[in-house]
Write a protein that binds this ligand. Structure first.
Ligand SMILES: [Zn+2]
Ligand SMILES: [Zn+2]
Length: 554
């Protein structure tokens, strides 16, 4: 499967969707993986599925040729699947300090903490793994230590951008390394594999520093208590909130475990140096209302997170009242609008002032808008651009923009496409096994999981259970047991559906031909069909139906 004389690339996730990022590069018979993340969205109904992740069966098969997994940054869509999938790959992992530390903290919070070693690489550092010469180039994003990965190969250099933006004043960490990117461009770059998230948005994304200024103004102006919710991993934002609190003479109280975990890691890495210690939620009640800022998890409306509990007055330590302020320093990820809306409505009903990014610059995206994409292209001047990290529209717009900027060639690929980057013209040369895995409770299932498809059917059409005890000749020994789960109690005529089904079952069993009566499988099938068609007539929906027949000796 590996091709010794070619440089290849394949996305095994993250194309045509935002999330579940996993890219692989092939060179001299070896593979390198970049990122291994989860997908959260639910554009599709997946009842009871906590996480969706890429199917790694191809890498599992090629394990002996996999030289390592390199992480661009520690967002869940880039590293959230490692704990579940690493046991299948067991390859060495490389990341910079903050990503490695956050991963370690995440492992430690698991029920059975896994031991997954990560080798720390310095920001801006360069490592060799098998035939790959890998450079970590700092880029600004919405988490500390995001990196573009430059792969230096005998066929030329490929720039895998990871998630990035241009922010000259990112509050913490290094800005995007324009100088290094220009140097790469001067030396010649074969291809950019690039972030397309904001390819439909004109202009440039504002700086974290502008958000910080807005937060300072808002916190200063607030009368009562202030709660700010944001993505815990955005340490620059946490810092901005802390500085806003300090400027207003308020203390910061952390509410939510994810928040505590990130703050601890950020402190260890020095990203919160110079700030007073944060308090834990126990202290919240000790401060007068105008002396406290609660920094909360739950910006996506997660039911068990801090903000949802506070909004429904169900948090043991943290309460809000009329006149207090809640700032959503976040964007609502598509799919979460309802959950977030419910919380906002709850807060507004209680007389709490809610400020979102519709009202003020309290959030910026961590991804490049069109002018930033143009800058990157003008610095790097690649021969080829393959848009990734986006839905179809984002990929298409990114490719179009690249061509308008003079990039000679663009290619839109799908998950599983194996692209030959060099030598010769880039082309899709194979299709690798790819797809999705579901985390169902503690169990990892493939996307054909019967359990999930059954639950999906159950969720819109319920299930009928029928149990019969019959003699060897097929005569009923007792009344059939009928249970209808998730099915309306009465039909349009007002008859109890369970009674109607009961009568049908009795009637079918009694009128079966003798031979069929003696065969329990045949009887079950006849009953099943009759029950399903009767429910379809009465209700207008097709249900699942299970018939159990117990034969008893005469
Ligand atoms: Zn990211
Ligand atoms: Zn991402």
């Amino acid at each position: 499967m590996t091709r010794p004389n070619e440089l290849t690339f394949a996305p095994l996730g993250g194309v045509g969707q935002i999330g579940m990022n996993l890219s692989i590069y092939g060179l001299a018979g070896k593979w390198l993986a970049i990122d291994l993340g989860v997908y959260f969205g639910d554009e599709e109904h997946l009842p009871g599925i906590d996480l969706v992740m890429p199917d790694v069966r191809f890498l599992e098969k090629e394990k002996k040729n996999l030289v390592g997994l390199v992480l661009t940054h520690a967002h869940e869509d880039h590293f959230g699947a490692i704990i579940d999938l690493w046991p299948k790959l067991k390859c060495p992992i490389y990341a910079t300090q903050f990503s490695a530390a956050l991963f370690e903290a995440k492992c430690a919070s698991e029920r059975n903490p896994p031991k997954i070693p990560v080798t720390v690489v310095p920001s801006g550092g360069r490592i060799n793994l098998g035939p790959f010469d890998i450079e970590f180039i700092p880029v600004a994003h919405s988490i500390p230590e995001s990196h573009a990965i430059a792969l230096h190969t005998p066929f030329g250099t490929v720039l895998h951008t990871g998630d990035w933006k241009i922010d000259p004043t990112p509050i913490i960490g290094l800005p995007t390394d324009e100088k290094r990117l220009r140097e790469l461009g001067d030396a010649g770059v074969l291809a950019i594999i690039g972030d397309s998230t904001n390819a439909v948005r004109d202009g440039r994304s504002p700086s974290e520093t502008e958000v910080a200024a807005t937060l300072t103004k808002l916190v200063k102006a607030a009368k009562g208590r202030v709660a700010v919710t944001t993505f815990a991993s955005n340490v620059a934002r946490l810092r901005a909130v802390a500085e806003a609190a300090q400027a207003a003479g308020r203390e910061v109280v952390l509410v939510g475990r994810a928040m505590e975990r990130v703050v601890q890691v950020a402190r260890e890495c020095g990203y919160l140096d110079g700030l007073p210690a944060f308090r834990n939620a126990d202290y919240y009640g000790h401060f007068p209302p105008d002396k406290v800022v609660a920094l909360c998890t739950g910006s996506q409306g997660e039911a068990r997170a801090a903000l949802a509990r506070i909004a429904s007055d169900d948090h043991p330590m943290v309460t809000l009242n009329k006149g207090d302020t809640v700032i959503f320093s976040s964007r609502t990820i598509p799919g979460n609008e309802k959950a977030v809306g419910t919380i906002i409505n709850g807060l507004v009903t209680q007389g709490i002032e809610v400020i979102t990014d519709r009202d003020a610059l309290v959030h910026v995206s961590g991804h490049p808008r069109r002018d930033e994409l143009r800058d990157m292209i003008s610095w790097v001047r690649p021969q080829l651009l393959i848009p990734v990290h986006g839905e179809a529209l984002h990929l298409h717009e990114h490719a179009k923009l690249a061509r308008a900027c003079g990039v000679p060639r663009t290619m839109i690929v799908k998950n599983g496409d194996l692209v030959r980057l060099a030598p010769g013209d880039a082309a899709v040369i194979d299709e690798l096994p790819s797809g999705r895995m579901f985390k169902d409770g503690l169990i990892l299932e493939d996307s054909k999981s019967r359990a999930v498809s059954e639950r999906r059917r159950l969720s819109f059409a319920g299930c009928a259970f029928v149990a019969l005890a019959v003699t060897m000749k097929g005569e009923l020994v007792d009344d059939p047991a009928v249970d209808l789960i998730g099915i309306p109690e009465k039909n349009l005529k007002g008859e109890v559906m369970e009674d109607v089904v009961f009568d049908i079952v009795v009637n079918i069993v009694e009128n079966l031909p003798k031979a069929r009566k003696r065969d329990p499988d045949a009887m079950a099938e006849s009953v099943r069909r009759a029950v399903r068609s009767s429910l379809a007539d009465q209700w207008g929906k097709k249900t699942m139906c299970y018939v159990h027949i117990l034969q008893v000796e005469d």
